[in-house]
Design a protein around this ligand. Structure first.
Ligand code: PHE
Length: 357
């Protein structure tokens, strides 16, 4: 019927070339030569004008049908070749996990003590049913202070030695968070109770000596539910301290204190015989029952919900547990220090296997 070139011959040739293509590059060359812009099939369309008018429609339709057939065949072959390439790679890259660790970078590298202690804490609190929450280092005044019941002009703002950014045109100022407590607010604003989170992270205060650095780490804890009380707080902290210091008993002392976002508020000391220094009390954290104003500021009904919060210095408990005297060394990037005090990559803290052994 058609007086155009022989399409079935062309079809056979191209399909054979597709079947013969041994890899993806060869297959792509076949594609370009057949249905690329200047490919054999594409160029057939250019011949339409040379045909008698009554043949053009049928010829155009058969060229298009051929094009579809060829591109389906290309896709199928491509999938097969990709599969084969993947299988070859999997076979070639098989790792024998029973081999001993190579004496290379993996053996030399060390985990920073603060990272290791953070992993220990996450392990302990995860076991108690807490999940990890995060917030940004750069915070708003509102989340770092106001929503935490520290209004403008409150003296607690001065105590925090805050690093502020330059004011924006509307007068508001961003800041480097001075504690991890704004993550409490972020969590209560977005999650419904029951809430059980820990929020580890970097915090910043304009302060520097042997035990203070302008950047340090805290770990915040927050539990909100309908009947959460101080007994729960004490139990959680005791369980934490026993697991963390890897001892059967710790004696803790709860001293009355003041934080604007908790009422009552306490500072917690541990009897340092747990770490081989009998007769000394060491402060490890601040805590309390979440202030009703804070709950209300986050849209939670203080008549219905209550809970506790705590904030702990991660660097501080690292110094206590591992006997590191100078906080500044933590951040001086001294490789000799890291090799001495750092942890092996393979030393993953687990409760079952022992946190630090
Ligand atoms: N945010 C307090 C601080 O940095 C610690 C704290 C957290 C106290 C939660 C009570 C409850 O000093």
């Amino acid at each position: 019927m058609s007086s155009g070139p022989d399409l079935s011959r062309l079809e056979m040739d191209v399909l054979r070339e597709i079947a013969d293509a041994g890899d993806l590059a060869a297959l792509d060359a076949v594609r370009v030569a057949a249905i690329g812009k200047k490919g054999r099939i594409s160029e057939l369309m250019g011949q339409l004008g040379t045909l008698p008018a009554e043949d053009r429609k049928a010829f155009g339709a058969s060229v298009n049908a051929l094009k579809t057939k060829v591109s389906d065949a290309l896709d199928a072959r491509k999938a097969t070749l990709e599969m084969a390439a993947l299988s070859a790679r999997l076979a070639a890259e098989r790792a024998d996990v029973t081999l001993p660790v190579r004496a290379g970078a993996e053996m030399l590298g060390r985990i920073h003590p603060v990272s290791q202690v953070l992993d220990e804490c996450i392990e302990i609190f995860a076991d108690l049913g807490f999940e990890v929450a995060e917030g940004p280092d750069i915070e708003t005044d509102d989340l770092n202070f106001t929503k935490l019941n520290i209004p403008a002009e409150h003296p607690a703002r001065q105590e925090h030695d805050t690093f502020y950014f330059n004011p924006k045109p509307d007068g508001s100022r961003l800041l480097l968070r001075t504690h991890t407590s704004p993550v409490q607010i972020r969590t209560m604003q977005t999650k419904k109770p029951p809430i059980r989170i820990i929020a580890p992270g970097r915090v910043y205060r304009c302060d520097s000596d042997q035990t203070h650095t302008p950047m340090f780490h805290q770990i915040e804890g927050l539990v909100i539910d309908e009947k959460t009380h101080m007994g729960h707080l004490k139990w959680v902290l005791e369980e934490f301290a026993k697991a963390f210091f890897e001892v059967d008993n710790v004696t803790m002392r709860f001293r009355a204190s003041h934080f604007p976002f908790t009422e009552p508020s306490m500072e917690v000391d541990i009897d340092a015989s747990a770490i081989g220094k009998p007769g000394q009390w060491l402060e490890i954290l601040g805590c309390g029952m979440v202030h009703p104003n804070v709950l209300a500021n986050c849209g939670l009904d203080p008549e219905k919900y209550q809970g506790f919060a705590f904030g702990m210095g991660l660097d501080r408990i690292t110094m206590l547990k591992y006997g590191l005297p100078d906080l500044r060394a933590f951040f001086s990037a001294d490789l000799r220090w890291l090799r001495h005090y750092g942890f092996s990559l393979l030393d993953q803290p687990t409760l079952g296997g022992g946190l630090s052994s």
